[in-house]
Every structure is written in structure tokens, then in C-alpha cells.
Design a protein around this ligand. Structure first.
Ligand SMILES: O=C(O)c1ccccc1NCC(=O)[C@H](O)[C@H](O)COP(=O)(O)O
Length: 217
């Protein structure tokens, strides 16, 4: 089975086109205003309308309130919500019920002590994004281009599908899949030429690096 790829933080129609050509299974639009990858609701709508059928369109939000989520969901055709803040399991369940969209919860991992959170969110979310926990001095809750120690999750399973994220690049993605058993991966800064600027050649190289790579699970 092919490894499913999510390209995160797309801002331009050419990014969507490059992701589609590379065989993306998901593309994500980032609504966190302080991110160099942020898009407005209107921009995301235009981008989402360009996404070919068969590619899931994901909205990435950080501790968004209902008013903001209402605006996003009303205007942007979406297939999934990605919650990348400090949303509690109860808030994840509330958002899932309110919008009727699948919800992916990002969980930051730095040490073994972070792993129980995956169990807790796995009971309420439809998917988990197993990402690197941002260091205290990181300016952003995600998209920092930092990997965590993949040995922490080698051989682990959760009750819902999950995606590996954090510091993946065309150079290390195949090894990450082999070490963790991930069947889905997420990448943002590893396919950029500058913060927020996706690079079509790196997007293609990332997909190429995973072609023919089989998850050991
Ligand atoms: O990418 C951002 O700017 C960002 C900002 C705020 C919250 C989350 C953000 N990104 C989340 C993602 O899903 C990234 O793809 C994930 O953290 C991996 O990023 P990277 O290490 O750059 O591949």
C-alpha cells in the first residue's frame, strides 16, 4: 500500500497543483494568523476549489472558537478539520459533533511521557497527527521542521488512523516510515524554499522518496 502524503500549509494555486501531481492524499490550509503559511478564509476557499477530487482538503486551526470555525466551514469546501492547539478531548468531541466533519488532533511528542495523550485523543478524534512537540522557544505550535525521536513510537498502535509529522524531508521520509510503521505522513517546511514558500521540486522529491516504500506494519 502506498504511503499517504499530506502537504501542509499550501498558499498558492501552484502549490495545490504540485501536490496533486505528486499524488497527495491530503492538502491543508493553515488558518493560524501568526504562521508564515497562513491563509484567509477567502484565499482558502479559492485554493480549495482548485483541489482535484480524491484529495482531502484539511483546515488547520489552533484553538479556534466556534465563530471562526463557523466562518471557515461555511465558506471553504472541506473534508477534515485539523486541531493543532491545546484543544481538550472534550473540545475535540464538541467540534466533531458541531461540524460533522472528521477531526484530526495533533499531539506533540518529545518524550515517553507524551505518549498517553495519543491514547486519550484516540478515543475522540478520527485521526491523530503525531508531531514533534514544539520547544519552548519555538514561535509556532507546528511547522518547525524538527523531528522527534521516532524510536518512541516504533511498533505502537492507536485505535484510529494516524499520521507522522515533524521535520520530514525528501531525505529522511523513507527512514521515518521504516522506523515508525507510519502509513501516512505530513510535511510542511521540508518542502519549502523559504518559510511559507512551497517548492514544487521538493514536493515532487518528497513523493518520489516514498514511492515503493512499504510501511513495515
Ligand atoms: O506550519 C505552521 O506554520 C503551523 C503553525 C501553527 C500550527 C501548526 C502548524 N503546522 C502544522 C503541521 O501540520 C505541520 O505540517 C507539522 O507540524 C509538520 O511541520 P514540519 O516539521 O515543518 O514538516
Amino acid at each position: 500500500m502506498d504511503i499517504a502524503i499530506k502537504f501542509c500549509g499550501l498558499r498558492r494555486p501552484e502549490d495545490v497543483a504540485a501536490a496533486a501531481v505528486a499524488g497527495a492524499r491530503y492538502v491543508a490550509f493553515n488558518f493560524f494568523a501568526r504562521s508564515p503559511r497562513a491563509v484567509t478564509v477567502a484565499e482558502a476557499r479559492e485554493l480549495a476549489l482548485e483541489v482535484p477530487p480524491g484529495i482531502a482538503k484539511v483546515a488547520l486551526v489552533v484553538d479556534a472558537d466556534n465563530d471562526f470555525l463557523d466562518r471557515i466551514v461555511d465558506r471553504v469546501p472541506l473534508d477534515m478539520l485539523q486541531l493543532h492547539g491545546a484543544e481538550t478531548p472534550a473540545r475535540v468531541a464538541e467540534i466533531k459533533a458541531r461540524y460533522g466533519l472528521p477531526v484530526m488532533k495533533a499531539v506533540g511528542i518529545a518524550t515517553e511521557a507524551d505518549l498517553p495523550k495519543l491514547e486519550a485523543y484516540g478515543r475522540v478524534a478520527d485521526q491523530l497527527l503525531v508531531d514533534t512537540k514544539p520547544p519552548d522557544d519555538a514561535g509556532l505550535p507546528g511547522g518547525n521542521g524538527l523531528a522527534f525521536d521516532w524510536r518512541l513510537i516504533a511498533g505502537r498502535r492507536w485505535p484510529v488512523p494516524w499520521m507522522l509529522a515533524g521535520g520530514l524531508t525528501p531525505q529522511n521520509a523513507a527512514l521515518a516510515v521504516e522506523m515508525t510503521g507510519a502509513r501516512q505522513v505530513d510535511v510542511s517546511s521540508g518542502v519549502e524554499s523559504a518559510p511559507g514558500v512551497k517548492d514544487a521540486a521538493k514536493i515532487a522529491a518528497f513523493a518520489e522518496a516514498l514511492r515503493g516504500v512499504a510501511s513495515p506494519r
